[in-house]
Design a protein around this ligand. Structure first.
Ligand code: FES
Length: 263
């Protein structure tokens, strides 16, 4: 028996002939994205325990002094990386399924039957993704600089309150330095595999060898494409990376765990 498009469109919400556990992926997505959203909002709201020694949480980087702003400065920072993720092509698919259930999965009945795509308000705003991508690239350099700063240690050690003091510094690497470096690598793999970036570097040319700087553009496009093939994987790994980096530095600042200086 064949199933026509009309059959699928007229199917009531949740009705399906699928026998696999199709609901696991959207349920897990809702759980993980929801948990991250709650944790990130809380971590940004509390406005404390975001630095220890030379370490700085990615939620509060770059450090800004916004005396005019009544809330935590983290909200001024997070609008860029969160906007980048919220408008990401992959995450759109994931949270449309998980939170809007529209569609909840392939070949499963939808709650609405009047699909309008992203051509109308509010979803047309998703097209702003390219501009968030520019900001996200800048953040990669900011976070890479933080890793460099995380290799500068006070000669006499971190003060008991977790601050650096004003004395001379020396090169060193702690567990936190490595955690921050892994976070930047994962974020780079996610950001530099962005679909918008791929289009920007190679999407407007029909013939690389005919275009100006074609060889360099081709190599760049190949690199972005290689990362793009694993965009979903890097989307999740980098999400965990950011959260775990904040958790690690927060626990050090609260005195719950003690950082280990490797050399
Ligand atoms: S499409 Fe996912 S970050 Fe741009």
């Amino acid at each position: 028996m064949t199933t026509s498009v009309r059959d699928l469109q007229e199917r009531s919400f949740g009705a399906t002939l699928r026998r696999d556990a199709w609901w696991i992926a959207p349920a897990l997505t809702a759980l993980v994205l929801g948990s991250f959203g709650i944790y990130a909002t809380w971590a940004a709201w509390v406005n404390r325990s975001f630095e220890w020694g030379p370490y700085l949480s990615p939620f509060y980087s770059p450090l800004i002094n916004a005396g005019w702003w009544p809330l935590s400065p983290a909200f001024l920072i997070l609008i860029f990386p969160l906007g980048f993720r919220a408008t990401c092509y992959y995450y759109r698919k994931a949270y449309y399924r998980a939170f809007f259930l529209d569609p909840v999965a392939c070949a499963v009945g939808e709650p609405r039957h009047g699909y309008k795509g992203e051509t109308k308000f509010p979803f047309i705003i998703q097209n702003i993704h390219r501009y968030f991508m520019y900001a996200a690239v800048v953040f990669i350099f900011i976070l890479a600089y933080d890793v460099w700063v995380a290799t500068r240690w006070p000669v006499n050690g971190v003060l008991p309150d977790g601050s650096m003091g004003t004395g001379p510094t020396t090169f060193g690497v702690g567990i936190g330095t490595i955690v921050m470096a892994i976070n930047v690598v994962l974020l780079s793999c996610y950001t530099f595999g962005c679909h918008s970036l791929r289009h920007l570097v190679g999407g407007q040319v029909d013939c690389f060898s005919c275009a100006r700087g074609g060889k360099a553009r081709f190599q760049t496009w190949r690199g972005v494409s290689a990362l793009n093939r694993h965009h979903m994987l890097f989307a999740w790994c980098s999400l965990f990376g950011v959260a775990l980096t904040d958790v690690y530095i927060r626990l050090c600042a609260m005195g719950v765990i003690h950082d280990v200086r490797i050399f």
